[in-house]
Design a protein around this ligand. Structure first.
Ligand code: AMP
Ligand code: ZN
Length: 462
């Protein structure tokens, strides 16, 4: 079955084919780790997770690389302002390295809570400074760079077709140049490859380079890392729509200038999460909600957020309010109840091929999750027998990632058992084995059996 994906480069839905099937290279721009991810960022990561699951469903073997921006992303995307990491360090009175470490862990925790599959390769900007310097040297030797007082810049006028992704009007950008503070740049769109540490200031994160002590510009890391890890598998590159005009446009320019070859065949972008009234959710707007503040602290299952994002196609802005969270929680609970009723009626049997085909066609149509959710409901309302429905909905859950089989079972536990199970988890965390065994016996006396598996604790009614 053909997989259609919308390619921002051609602005069309195209049939996807990787360059070395079944291997597929996927690069997704990762977080700048100076603060918690907000649920807008997380919407983009959920869209990318669905993409990856759909690729896998279609038989592709996905090599997924995600970077962690732990240096060099300034508060203004066009190389002005402070380094976000150093700013975070000042705010919290910690070192920039500690800030990066802390928020990287927080990010990983968030994506695990959302059942977002981890990338095959995580890579930090600060671990690839050498590769980034080499890439800038290549650009320098080909005549694409120039140096001014605060850094080494890429001359966008030397790269033909600079606006091929963004389709932006460079003359309009030229007119808007008055607002740009850096008047030494040759063209307003030019961007920093290497920034110098300000004189007399010792930055926490800085490195020697052929041009002087400093740090890399934000865009160069993604070019260096994707080429380093994906090499001849530059198939799909993703991010949010805000990356089109600057970050991805600059990545393409510097990579293609350096290698003379096309840099990624598919570019895919997730639309914004906006708050009621149309404003985008952004850390800089101070209107941002995290998974913790909007879901966990309100006692709402974080997977309800995953479920909520399925209601809007990834290329359409999604409006968020507290009502969305409660509606999604109700929707998710209803779905789990439906699955639980089926589980009470029997075991999973054979997958229904007609529904599977419908579902597959729907996700292969540029990841149409709102329609896919409608197929799930049609299946559950159909007159198929319980076993076929169960098997088919579990098959769909390979894409949905809602842990339907696990969670439906878990909710069946009476409250007193759930409490004992939690107490046993805490005891094991504290390595209190005696208490853990005692609780196991208590649970058994109430008619439930505990099993410790590689995936964690399982409770079953024998
Ligand atoms: P950042 O940590 O700022 O580099 O952003 C991480 C990812 O989130 C990028 O792919 C951004 O394009 C994306 N992003 C930023 N704001 C939003 C938003 N309000 N809705 C959806 N995605 C966003
Ligand atoms: Zn990037």
């Amino acid at each position: 079955m053909e997989l259609f994906l919308y390619n921002s480069l051609t602005r069309k839905k195209e049939v996807f084919k990787p360059s070395r099937p079944p291997e597929t290279g996927l690069y997704t721009c990762g977080p700048t780790v100076y603060n918690y991810a907000h649920i807008g960022n997380l919407r983009t990561y959920i869209f990318e997770d669905i993409l990856k699951r759909v690729l896998t469903y279609n038989g592709y073997k996905v090599k997924h690389v995600m970077n962690i921006t732990d240096v060099g992303h300034l508060t203004g995307d066009r190389d002005m302002g402070e380094d976000k990491l150093e700013k975070g360090a000042q705010r919290e009175g910690k070192s920039a390295w500690d800030i990066a470490g802390y928020y990287t862990q927080a990010f990983k925790k968030d994506i695990n809570r959302l059942n977002i599959l981890e990338p095959s390769i995580w890579c930090k900007a600060t671990d690839t400074i050498g590769e980034q310097i080499e890439l800038i040297q290549t650009l320098e030797s080909k005549g694409y760079t120039y140096t001014i007082n605060d850094g080494v810049y890429f001359d966008t006028s030397r790269f033909e077709n600079y606006a091929k992704l963004s389709h932006q009007d460079l003359e309009a950008l030229q007119e808007g140049a008055r607002v740009e503070k850096n008047l030494s740049k040759r063209n307003p769109a030019d961007f920093a490859l290497w920034k110098f540490s300000p004189s007399g200031v010792q930055r926490q994160m800085e490195w020697q380079s052929p041009w002087g002590v400093g740090f890399p510009g934000w865009h160069i890391e993604c070019s260096a890392m994707s080429m380093m890890y994906l090499n001849d598998m530059l198939d799909i590159h993703c991010g949010g729509t805000d990356h089109i005009d600057v970050h991805h446009t600059n990545e393409i320019a510097q990579s293609e200038a350096a290698t003379g070859k096309p840099f990624f065949s598919f570019w895919m972008h997730g639309a914004f999460l906006i708050i009621t009234g149309g404003k985008k959710m952004a850390k800089s707007e101070g209107n941002f909600l995290t998974l913790e503040s909007a879901f966990l602290n309100k006692g709402i299952d974080p997977l309800a957020y995953r479920y909520a994002t399925f209601q809007t196609h990834y290329r359409k802005p999604m409006e968020y309010s507290g009502k969305v969270a409660t509606a999604a929680q109700n929707g998710l609970f209803h779905l789990r109840n439906q699955v639980r009723t089926l589980m009470d009626a029997g075991e999973p049997a054979a997958i229904d091929s007609k529904f599977q085909k419908r579902f597959h066609e729907t996700i292969n149509n540029d990841l149409n999750m709102p329609r896919a959710m409608a197929v799930v409901q049609d299946l559950l309302k159909s007159n198929l027998n319980a076993g076929a429905k169960l098997a088919t909905v579990f098959e769909f859950d390979r894409i949905l990632g809602l842990d339907l089989s696990e969670l439906a079972k878990k909710q069946d536990l009476p409250e007193d058992i759930q409490k004992l199970v939690q107490a046993r988890k805490d005891a094991r965390k504290a390595k209190n084995w005696a208490l853990s065994d005692e609780l196991r016996d208590k649970i058994l006396a109430l008619g439930y059996q505990v099993q410790d598996t590689a995936q964690g604790m399982k409770v079953i009614k024998p």
